[in-house]
Design a protein around this ligand. Structure first.
Ligand SMILES: *Cc1c(COP(=O)(O)O)cnc(C)c1O
Length: 406
């Protein structure tokens, strides 16, 4: 019997196209100093200026002059690559300094950097799950794919609690062997709906049942708290979180992930996680830029105030036009479309007719039927850009006869 490999691959792609969720990457080149403007290179190779409305570089730090300068200076001093894994020739002063900076930033004993936030979650959770005897991980049902993969790989017991439902979490904790080890894993700001976790309650319940807390603050670091330490810092419970995970890619505008915790936890993951041990460390220049970015973001609370003001303003403008946004208290502005093909169509019209770039968000990133456009205003999206966006959406909503908010 012969296997028709081509047919298998082609069918898989045909299915995605049929469901309207075949992924098309838009070619968007950012221009230093002009954030959030960028150059869109369309499929015919024609270039045009667009405004980016869906970047996770929430504060524009990827183009901050201090950050760019730190990056270039480090390249000039030590070259482009790290030269090895952390264990074999790939630890530099920049890496050590960055980890120290992160520990100070979060008021924790110790920190560990990874090549991405995804890898940080996967490594930390899988290693903890494997390491702790007879362990159960309690995972919020809306947790990010990187946590889910880490939990799967850790191969411990797993219990999924209904999103943000502390009663369900307590029910599951209560019905788990008292003498087994437990980790409660959740996020502070859920990036697709923009809702917050009830962090204080989760901490209290976790303590009551002697569980460790693992908090993904990827969409919180740099953005919440007086010094940008995250939502847990804003709520004054930073020190009650056992393991905090963050990224250097969103609020800090770069690349890389980290965890921060008590020294012995960090040391175990440093010593046992294959995804940390057997991979080349971040370029030193990236670590240098990350240090500059963290310091800048920590010392400029006005960035956070401005992010909040801009996102509130955009929500209000969309509400005034009865555009069906999902209400939340965060900086994220999700606009519901509820259909994958329409979602892509609106995104294409915005890009081609209005020079607005927002990527459609379809299954499996969000559940089927909850497809949406997800806007991320930054301090650099001014009134003029917001008016252009909202007026363009209003016209599209009219011409396609889309449903409005009640
Ligand atoms: C983006 C994201 C990650 C992964 O971070 P990267 O640094 O981009 O790999 C982890 N958790 C959540 C909730 C995220 O949204």
């Amino acid at each position: 019997m012969s296997i028709d490999y081509d047919k298998i691959f082609d069918d898989a792609l045909k299915n995605l196209r049929h469901e309207g969720r075949y992924r098309v990457f838009n070619n968007i080149t950012r221009k230093k100093g002009e954030f959030p403007k960028a150059i869109y290179n369309n499929h015919f190779g024609v270039k045009s200026d667009v405004t980016v409305w869906c970047s996770n570089d929430y504060l524009g730090m990827g183009q901050n002059p201090n950050v760019v300068e730190a990056f270039i200076n480090a390249v000039n001093l030590v070259g482009a690559g790290a030269g090895g894994t952390r264990n074999i020739s790939g630890t530099s002063n920049y890496h050590v300094e960055l980890e120290n900076e992160l520990s100070r930033f979060h008021k924790k004993d110790s920190s560990l950097i990874f090549t991405s936030g995804y890898i940080a979650n996967e490594c930390a959770l899988s290693t903890l799950a494997r390491f702790l005897p007879n362990s159960t991980i309690f995972s919020d049902e809306n947790n990010h794919a990187s946590m889910i993969e880490g939990i799967k790989k850790g191969n411990s017991n797993k219990k999924i609690w209904k999103h943000n439902d502390i009663n369900h979490l307590e029910y599951l904790l209560k019905n788990t062997d008292k003498n087994s080890s437990k980790i409660v894993a959740f996020e502070s700001v859920y990036s697709m709906d923009g809702d917050f976790a009830p962090i204080e309650e989760i901490i209290n319940i976790s303590k009551k049942y002697n569980a460790l807390t693992y908090l993904d603050e990827v969409h919180g670091v740099g953005l919440y708290g007086l010094f940008g330490g995250g939502l847990s810092q804003k709520l004054g419970v930073q020190e009650d979180i056992d393991i905090l995970e963050g990224t250097l890619a969103k609020g800090f505008g770069l690349m890389g992930g980290y965890i921060t915790a008590k020294s012995n936890i960090i040391d175990v993951i440093r010593s046992y996680a294959p995804g940390f041990i057997f991979t080349t460390s971040l370029p030193p220049s990236l670590a240098a830029a990350a240090i500059a970015s963290i310091r800048f973001v920590r010392n400029n609370n006005n960035l956070r105030e401005s992010l909040y003001e801009r996102s509130q303003k955009l929500k209000q403008m969309m509400n005034n036009k009865n555009l069906p946004i999902i209400e939340n208290k965060s900086h994220i502005v999700p606009l519901l479309v509820k259909d994958p093909k329409l979602c892509k169509e609106i995104s294409d019209i915005l890009l081609n007719d209005y020079s607005i770039y927002v990527q459609p968000i379809n299954y499996p990133t969000v559940p089927k039927g909850l497809e949406r456009l997800r806007f991320t205003p930054t301090p650099l999206h001014d009134d003029e850009k917001m008016e252009h966006l909202v007026n363009s959406l209003d016209k599209i909503w009219m011409s396609l006869k889309l449903s409005r908010a009640a």
